[in-house]
Design a protein around this ligand. Structure first.
Ligand code: COA
Length: 244
């Protein structure tokens, strides 16, 4: 893969966006690489940590490619289909955002389950300034994350959310100095690694399932209640050991 690096560990996969010359803008090559990452994580589910590099998360979809696209390409939804696939990965995903997460870069971060930011993180969707809409999730996913009022400030007003505001809004879980970002993100993944992988997977499915509540919650719980892992974890807790 030429636009991302992938580090596979026992309990997580660390994916780093690497197109330094274009501020990690998401081009077709990166879309292909990230689809390969998705295929890996679907075949062998693990939590994913997604990061940028060189002080930038991603500066958007690649504008040189966007400029050449027409209606047919828009209808193929290159970015939206990838980000949808990312959002449906079986295990939790964490975006560690340092610096700019703009346009498609912001939408990629919004597609992850949890975001954690450095003090220099900036989220924004400047697409209307380029004559287009944020068509890869921001128009609906951002409203789901921070409410329609703030989403419209970003999408219509061109207002950028700095790390502090993003934290106040709950868009990011924490804000730390850039040097501490990898450590803070890994700490979050460490906590996940101590949880039951089956419980995390089913929790994510339940949280993301539209309109199926409460039946889908009961179904997921019914599956988990039958596992040895659940019995062992509860027995450990009741014996005085900590469950997590
Ligand atoms: N698509 C394609 N190339 C991009 C890009 C994008 N989204 N964002 C940055 N680049 C390229 C620039 O064209 C430049 O290339 P060059 O060195 O060949 O001229 C290089 O990355 C560095 O960009 P530059 O603007 O000089 O960096 P900067 O640090 O001064 O500014 C940004 C960083 C992110 C503020 C600025 O690049 C920017 O505004 N990018 C576009 C953001 C955007 O509108 N995204 C929405 C796209 S839908």
């Amino acid at each position: 893969m030429s636009t991302v690096t992938v580090e596979e560990r026992d309990d997580r996969v660390v994916v780093t966006l690497k197109r330094p010359d274009a501020r990690n803008a998401v081009n077709m090559e990166m879309i292909g690489d990230l689809h390969d990452v998705c295929a890996l994580l679907e075949a062998s589910p693990k939590p994913m940590l997604l990061t940028g590099s060189d002080g930038v998360f991603a500066a958007g979809a690649d504008i040189a490619e966007l400029a050449a696209r027409g209606r047919e390409e828009a209808l193929q939804g290159f970015n939206s289909r990838l980000f949808d696939r990312v959002s449906r990965l079986p295990q939790p995903t964490v975006a560690a955002v340092d610096g700019y997460a703009l346009g498609g870069g912001a939408e990629l971060a919004f597609a992850c389950d949890i975001r954690i930011a450095s003090q220099t993180a900036v989220f924004g969707n400047p697409e209307p300034g380029l004559g287009i809409i944020a068509a890869a999730g921001a128009c609906w996913r951002l409203a789901g994350l921070v409410g329609a009022s703030v989403a419209k400030q970003v999408l219509l007003g061109g207002i950028r959310l700095d790390a502090e505001r993003a934290h106040q809004l709950g868009l990011v879980a924490d804000v730390v100095p850039a040097v501490e970002l990898p450590g803070a993100a890994h700490k979050l993944l460490d906590r996940m690694a101590r949880s039951s992988a089956a419980a995390l997977r089913l929790t994510k499915l339940v949280v993301d399932s539209p309109g199926g509540h409460p039946h889908v919650d009961d179904l997921a719980q019914a599956v988990l209640f039958e596992t040895t892992d659940k019995r062992d974890r509860m027995a450990r807790f009741l014996d005085g050991g900590r469950a997590r």
